[in-house]
Design a protein around this ligand. Structure first.
Ligand code: NI
Length: 159
């Protein structure tokens, strides 16, 4: 396993559309392990494969490190969404930048797990936000392009 380099703001790859995974082979499995390790290393809530430079439709999400296991979603598709929430958001590709965005309050997603088994997940609150944010990445969309005007903040991390 390895922590991979995160592609950051200004890198054109972040605007590209990721391609569906056709076969979950060893390379994909290693990629998923590395995505999990990279997300955890940087204390992220989620990461998309494009953020480590791979244009495949894979995201991993971990909203509660203490109480939940991470969720791995391959070829995720939003099949239903409800309501709206205005939330504070950041992204590992935009270090130190935070802003408010509007996200659905509830999202239902269909995806494959790491064994290629189809499953459905419904998330509310932070999980809905993370699902919407990460699936946006697969479509070349980044949160900074949908922030509410005047809400951008720069937060310098404490060393
Ligand atoms: Ni992001």
């Amino acid at each position: 396993m390895a922590i991979r380099i995160i592609r950051e703001e200004g890198d054109d790859i972040l605007k590209k559309i990721s391609k569906p995974v056709e076969e979950i082979d060893d390379r994909i499995k290693v990629l998923i392990k590395d995505m999990l390790e990279t997300m955890h290393h940087y204390n992220g809530v989620g990461i998309a494969a494009v953020q480590v430079g791979i244009l495949k439709r894979i995201i991993v999400i971990h909203t509660d490190y203490e109480k939940e296991e991470p969720i791995i979603l391959i070829n995720p598709k939003i099949i239903e969404q409800k309501g709206e929430q205005t939330v504070e958001e950041g992204c590992l590709s935009f270090p130190n930048k935070f802003a408010k965005v509007i996200r659905p309050e509830e999202v239902t997603v269909e995806a494959l797990d790491e064994n290629g088994k189809k499953f459905k997940i419904t998330g509310k609150g932070l999980l809905a936000q993370a699902l919407a944010h990460e699936i946006d990445h697969l479509n070349g969309e980044v949160f900074i392009d949908k922030i509410l005007p005047g809400t951008l903040e720069y937060v310098t991390p404490e060393e």
